[in-house]
Design a protein around this ligand. Structure first.
Ligand code: CA
Length: 430
């Protein structure tokens, strides 16, 4: 049974306003604040009081008691929680829904910049001759060294920007706030287990507001499952030891399905008249089947063998085309965003001396804002092309709705929403 508990919203509102956080107030009767949704089995649901600062510390106390029952010892609990701090910015970041979005080409320009490529190539050279060779680590896990270095470049600019927030403080704040409460509490418990294992001290356990830690931004549960001591000092140190960072990242990817010896994918050319509706993650082919349909490489070489590969048109039919295989989907396990996985693949390709994107991006197109996407979703729904609940985010349901609409209009069905499409759906009133 689900028990709904109503947090004293006004007190909370006053408190966070003092801390400079924008808070969207939700009527308690119809939609309780997310902290309010706790189940009977929730180990650390705490009642609100008139003093919200007290509420946080009470919550930490309750969590500490719960963690003790999960096997965390008193020393670890004292070192974790004696100096605990509430981080209002973690909540503000967690709730941020930016109005402006970036086109995929703008994102890739930054992610795979000339500077990031040259720095990554220098890092690759250094690590090949280091005490613990990167090539040996990569070979042990069946991973290309360039993919590991590309992820390192994407996650922390090669270790130079790992985030400087206390992971314990960040996760306790998110656990208390409750929007993603069960998730944050599981991560906080995992972080305590890491402290107890002696791999890292509380002061050095630093990362992002969202609890991602170290040079390749591991969540605590991923750390427990995949972190590796590769330099042999007895500690799994993804903050300070580059061999540990590389081996841990390689281990995570290898155990998430990376297939050794296979590329993530490649840029391709489509024949004239190719049906862009085939660019759908659910449509899987072998590369010989794509070749039969007229799909070619840019340099005329045969397509590498990939089974179960999909065609990707990240900017619709007017932009570059890629064939992506199972290893692309493994990169999505690291961070579930197509543009992220594409950036890692393309950066790795450049680090290995390969080309960047060959075809031109439709750079004259302006990205839809969040409210424009929402308007597009609402208009499609109203006309019978289901996109799900309008949320201002383009996902598979929106792409499917756009495709159906495009087909009904005799347009190229690439499922890619543009300003033109929005205008067609919502003609400006005369
Ligand atoms: Ca180590």
């Amino acid at each position: 049974m689900q028990i709904l508990y109503c947090f004293p919203a006004l007190e909370r509102l006053r408190w966070v306003a003092v801390l400079g956080v924008v808070w969207v107030m939700v009527a308690c009767s119809s939609a309780p604040l997310s902290k309010a949704s706790v189940s009977e089995s929730d180990p650390v649901a705490s009642a609100g009081t008139a003093d919200p600062a007290q509420d946080f510390f009470r919550w930490v106390q309750a969590f500490s008691a719960y963690a003790h029952t999960e096997g965390i010892d008193d020393n670890t609990l004292h070192s974790a929680f004696d100096g605990i701090q509430y981080l209002p910015n973690a909540i503000a970041s967690d709730q941020a829904q930016p109005e402006f979005t970036r086109n995929v080409w703008d994102y890739l320009d930054g992610a795979v910049s000339a500077l990031r490529v040259s720095r990554g190539q220098a890092k690759l050279q250094q690590l090949r001759v280091g005490a613990v060779s990167l090539d040996a680590i990569a070979a042990r896990y069946g991973m290309p060294a360039e993919i590991l270095v590309a992820i390192w470049g994407m996650e922390s600019s090669y270790g130079s920007n790992t985030g400087n927030l206390s992971t314990i403080d960040a996760l306790a704040t998110l656990g208390f706030e409750g929007r993603r409460g069960p998730w944050a509490r599981a991560q906080l418990l995992a972080a305590l287990k890491i402290l107890q294992s002696g791999d890292i001290s509380r002061a050095q356990m630093l990362g992002s507001w969202a609890g991602a830690m170290g040079q390749t931004q591991f969540l605590p549960t991923s750390f427990l499952a995949y972190a590796v001591d590769a330099d042999g000092d007895g500690k799994r140190d993804i903050w300070g030891s580059v061999p540990d960072v590389m081996a841990s990242t390689a281990n995570l990817l290898a155990r998430s399905g990376w297939q050794a010896g296979q590329t993530w994918g490649l840029e391709v050319r489509l024949p004239p008249g190719f049906d862009p509706a085939l660019a759908d993650p659910a449509v899987r082919r072998t590369t010989p089947q794509w070749a039969e349909a007229g799909v070619q490489t840019h340099d005329g070489a045969p397509l590498p063998m990939l089974v179960d590969s999909a065609l990707l048109l990240p900017a619709g039919a007017q932009g570059p085309a890629f064939v992506v295989g199972p290893n692309f989907r493994t990169l999505l396990r690291y961070n579930n965003a197509t543009s992220y996985a594409l950036a890692v693949g393309l950066l790795a390709q450049r680090l290995a001396g390969g080309p960047g994107v060959q075809a031109g991006w439709p750079r004259d197109q302006q990205a839809l804002t969040r409210s424009q996407i929402q308007a597009l979703q609402t208009a499609l729904n109203a006309q019978g092309f289901d996109t799900g609940v309008p949320d201002g985010v383009v996902g598979p349901a929106t792409q499917a709705g756009v495709r159906q609409y495009q087909r009904s209009q005799g347009l190229s069905a690439d499922g890619y929403p543009t300003q033109d499409l929005l205008q067609r759906l919502q003609p400006t009133p005369q």
